[in-house]
Design a binder for this molecule. Sequence first.
Ligand code: H79
Length: 445
Amino acid sequence: KEIPLKYGATNIGKRQDEAMKRFRDNRLGEFIHWGLYAIPGGEWKGKVYNGAAEWLKSWAQVPASEWLGLMKQWNPVKFDARQWARMAKEMGVKYVKITTKHHEGFCLWPSRYSEYTVAQTPFKKDILGELVKAYNDEGIDVHFYFSVMDWSHPDYRYEISSKEDSVAFSRFLTFTDNQLKELATRYPTVKDFWFDGTWDASIKKNGWWTAHVEQMLKNLVPGATVNSRLRADDYGKRHFDSNGCLMGDYESGYERRLPDPLEDLQVTKWDWEACMTLPENQWGYHKDWSLSYVKTPVEVIDRIVHAVSMGGNMVVNFGPQADGDFRSEEKELAVALGKWMKKYGECIYGCGYAGWDKRDWGYYTRKGQEIYMVVFNCPYSGFLDVKVPKGTKIEKAALPDGQELKVVETTRNEYNVAMPSQNPGEPFIIKLQIKETSATTDKYR
Ligand code: H79
């Protein structure tokens, strides 16, 4: 039975307004993790740490004052916001999520409420402002990443175990409100706030505050979306409230992992967004990418299609260098992804879950009556097997250039679609023209 909640879910089912539809149709995003951690790049006092570079302060147990001293070295002379935006455009992403402030507390905008901002560095410039403008000029939506946990702030608490903690933490929440209001009013074209660093007991105890932030931002920025990770309910339950309803507008738990395409189909009932790194787990710039496996372009494309095939978005991370340029591996990945998206992006943008049984050759995505087969594994048989839902008939299968592929009905509700005579040598798409009927002309007995 229903548990009465003051700070539970605010939407019932998927939001269907224009802003939410835009969020969903964008499907492919770019994550930017940029902060002071780009300067040491995973190395502190001669020791290279193989953990995530943006957590180096924690791995090397650097006191906040010493860490924030890195600000004196923040001078990204190669930074060119328009170049970043052009690279994103070429890559085919429709939105970018930018770390306005990561756990370290350093702000990419000149916040009035903190001493630790770009304004207090040799570079001085409002990096976030330049990025918002440049990306928007390319027609790319800007989303803000914001870490609530802030290692630079003396009032932050991991848990509340005294009156003093509770007073300090309430000052911290006011500070956070001020920064969020500042972001929403300085950069009014922002479309989304993606919260991180919200897992501590102190925040779970203040579920009311997470509900308040959601409302505050939605009042300041009409149509704004927020991720589920912001939210805790009256009982400190996160993402999904005590009645099992998703809080925020989309689920944001799939970080460096994806729902299983057979077992986890419940995710198709709500909006969700996954994010991924190219190495195993590096978000900020790390100087040594040989410490872990780095995904290939095809593996990245596989994850993007996998997400879309289950009704989700995918955000691919980049960790720019301290000089403002991107490492060559990221530039190369961006080019490869852009090339593929230009050719096959129609199976991504505006597409979602098809509702058809997954097959071993790849994934289905769907846009209205258009079904896309996205092929990752080529069978020796030369045939791609398709199992259609009851009452569905395949009328035609074609490559994006219009070239038709032979379709053979093999049994009730099953077909073979012939592989193209020329192996494309890369993941490719086949568009299916279908007819959905209720007629019962069944020749199979
Ligand atoms: O910004 C990137 C990461 O730095 C950040 N989210 C992405 C987008 C992130 N890193 N880790 N996490 C989020 C998850 C937190 C893990 C924790 Fe823990 C495990 C928090 C509590 C238990 C590590 C171990 C930190 C405290 C204990």
